[in-house]
Design a protein around this ligand. Structure first.
Ligand SMILES: [Zn+2]
Length: 237
């Protein structure tokens, strides 16, 4: 099901009664089409006069990009409600999903026959759904002098690619820019633009993508396909 705000609010009240002795004040619910999470608790932080951390401006975000079973949406909501409870009461935990979180989670799982987990991460199938179909992309891997490497996805238009190449050189003075063409849904998550904004990427994901990617050489004026790197494809037949 794809939840509505009314549904989430209704469930919030129900779980608040069942598992939190109705101690959680109502908070804004937001629906999100993010590709990164199923549920999220957001809040602002400030340090009080006495040096303690205070949290306020709480919101719960629930993803509506993926069609999930109702039970899983409910478990996601309860997971965020546990975070809410812990922050609201300024309980110190050993980590984000530390001893306190796990104790509350296990208790609710037992009491309510739920299957809440500590993982914020969508499962592989959910990730697949969040990201959508594999689409063709042109992207650059930009290696910097400090040995960090970033990714830049650009529109598949020759003049834009060449323009971006030259802009990247001028703006970031990288040690290397490598251009590739690949069909992938991991790359859907990066904005496709010529803006001078670079993004970190997951090494493992990229290694996978590069196995089937076509290497493109840009000399600042033209684009050429690097045939040596795509030769094994032709050899397959
Ligand atoms: Zn969490």
């Amino acid at each position: 099901m794809i939840p509505t705000i009314e549904f989430i609010q209704h469930k919030f009240n129900e779980f608040n009664r069942l598992f939190f002795a109705s101690q959680l004040p109502p908070l804004p619910i937001r629906l999100s089409s993010s590709k990164a999470f199923l549920g999220k608790l957001s809040f602002s932080k400030r340090t009080s006069l006495f040096g303690t951390q205070e949290y306020y401006n709480f919101k719960i975000h629930i993803n509506t990009r993926v069609d999930l079973p109702q039970e899983e949406i409910e478990d996601t909501l309860i997971h965020e409600m546990i975070h809410y409870y812990i922050h609201l009461n300024r309980i110190e935990d050993t980590s984000t999903h530390g001893v306190v979180f796990k104790r509350m989670m296990n208790q609710i799982n037992q009491q309510g026959k739920r299957h809440i987990s500590i993982s914020h991460k969508p499962t592989l199938t959910e990730q697949q759904q969040l990201r959508g179909e594999a689409k063709p992309h042109i992207f650059a891997l930009v290696d910097m002098a400090d040995s960090k490497s970033y990714i830049k996805v650009v529109p598949r238009i020759e003049s834009r690619i060449i323009g971006t190449h030259n802009n990247l050189l001028r703006t970031f003075r990288p040690t290397r820019i490598r251009w590739f063409f690949a069909v992938s849904n991991y790359l859907n998550a990066f904005p496709s633009s010529t803006a001078m904004r670079l993004y970190l990427y997951d090494d493992n994901e990229l290694r996978h993508i590069l196995e089937d990617a076509i290497h493109i050489i840009c000399d600042g004026k033209t684009l050429k396909i690097n045939h040596t790197s795509s030769m094994h494809k032709n050899d397959e037949k």
